[in-house]
Design a protein around this ligand. Structure first.
Ligand code: GTQ
Ligand code: FE2
Length: 346
């Protein structure tokens, strides 16, 4: 915005008098209110598995599950922000050892878990219980009671993503501890999976609550089979092969604020550039490739994470000999719901 400099002294004088009335006028040296396009404070970053793996080992050995809220997590921190991985969500890697219990609580933040390594843990969400095995996505929608128990024999890690920054920005933080370590499990522990898990066949009388997703688990085998089927379609010019995890009762995103995708990038793929508002995080399950994000180039391989800041041009390409498999979380459902979504495609 063009600043009228002739009245700078008047504005400064006025400001001093206005202070006690809790009012202000724009000052010449205030940062611009409107920029032509987003100037995000979050940085697009790349975390390499070769750096993360030893840190996770250390965390398992040196950090107690009980410290800092009964979870043991490595947070992916964005140095451009006071906290969080992007300005809307936090991504952390949770480490749980055999026999451990991540005790029951609930919070207004929406959470999702994508299992990175291991098997044998179970999560209980409002009485429903689901296995947590490599490649599975499990959801903890806002305000649901949840606890995780590890019944397997080797350490496990999974990715936690919570819309904590969004919740805090909107001043909507609530948290309750449960009165016991774990909650009781329902007689039918996986009820909504049995009702809605196929996606297309549903009990005729089943009435899910409006605008909420009854499904809490998206097993790896189901998601990867769907992705293999989609690989027979014409490739997407930006993403090669990509599928979104959906709410089977309304076709919308699986969570109200955050979307999740599973993506194949084949070695010969050379994606077109695009940019959009909203932020996203990728996790590489297998394979390798390269992404240009703004003026950076991320050469990624299995176990790596990277983020894309709002409005940054980005494009992906394949590398090596095997198909790369990536999991993505983004906040586009929030942007779309609020009318702030924009994109440009090259
Ligand atoms: O597992 O419930 O990474 O409440 C952060 C907050 C995980 C969880 C996190 C949480 C959890
Ligand atoms: Fe939690």
């Amino acid at each position: 915005m063009e600043i009228v400099t002739q009245d700078a002294d008047a504005r400064r004088a006025l400001q001093q008098e206005l202070e006690r009335f809790h009012c202000r006028v724009h000052q010449p040296d205030d940062p611009p209110l409107f920029t032509r396009e987003p100037r995000p404070d979050m940085q697009s970053l790349h975390w390499r598995w070769c750096d993360l793996a030893p840190l996770l080992d250390r965390l398992g050995r040196e950090v107690d599950l009980g410290a800092g809220g009964p979870r043991r997590t490595l947070r992916l921190h964005n140095p451009g922000l006071p906290y969080g991985t992007t300005h809307t969500f936090w991504a952390s890697i949770q480490v749980i050892l055999p026999g451990e219990v991540a005790t029951c609580h609930r919070h207004t933040a929406n959470a999702l878990r994508f299992i990175m390594q291991g098997e044998g843990a179970w999560t209980t969400v409002d009485g429903e219980q689901y296995p947590m095995n490599e490649g599975d996505l499990v959801l903890t929608p806002a305000w649901g009671w949840h606890d995780h128990v590890h019944r397997g024999s080797a350490p496990m890690i999974w990715l936690d993503v919570l819309d904590i920054s969004l919740m805090r920005m909107l001043r909507a933080t609530f948290f309750d501890p449960y009165e016991r370590d774990v909650q009781e499990v329902d007689a039918v522990p996986d009820r909504t999976w049995r009702q809605f898990g196929s996606g297309v066949m549903q009990p005729p009388g089943a009435k899910p609550a409006a605008n909420s997703n009854p499904l809490l688990a998206y097993p790896a085998a189901m998601a990867q089979a769907a992705l293999q089927a989609a690989a027979g379609l014409a490739p997407d010019p930006h993403d090669d092969v990509v599928l979104e995890y959906r709410n089977p009762t309304n076709g919308g995103p699986a969570m109200t604020t955050l979307a999740q995708q599973l993506q194949l990038i084949r070695p010969a793929f050379r994606g077109r550039r695009r940019r959009h508002t909203g932020s996203k995080l990728y996790y590489v399950l297998r394979g390798q490739g390269s992404s240009t994000v703004g003026d950076q180039r991320f050469d990624w391989s299995a176990g790596d994470f990277f983020t894309v800041a709002p409005w940054a041009w980005h494009a992906h390409e394949g590398r090596g000999t095997e198909d790369a498999l990536l999991f993505q979380v983004n906040d586009l459902p929030t942007m779309k719901a609020l009318g702030y979504y924009r994109e440009e495609l090259a």
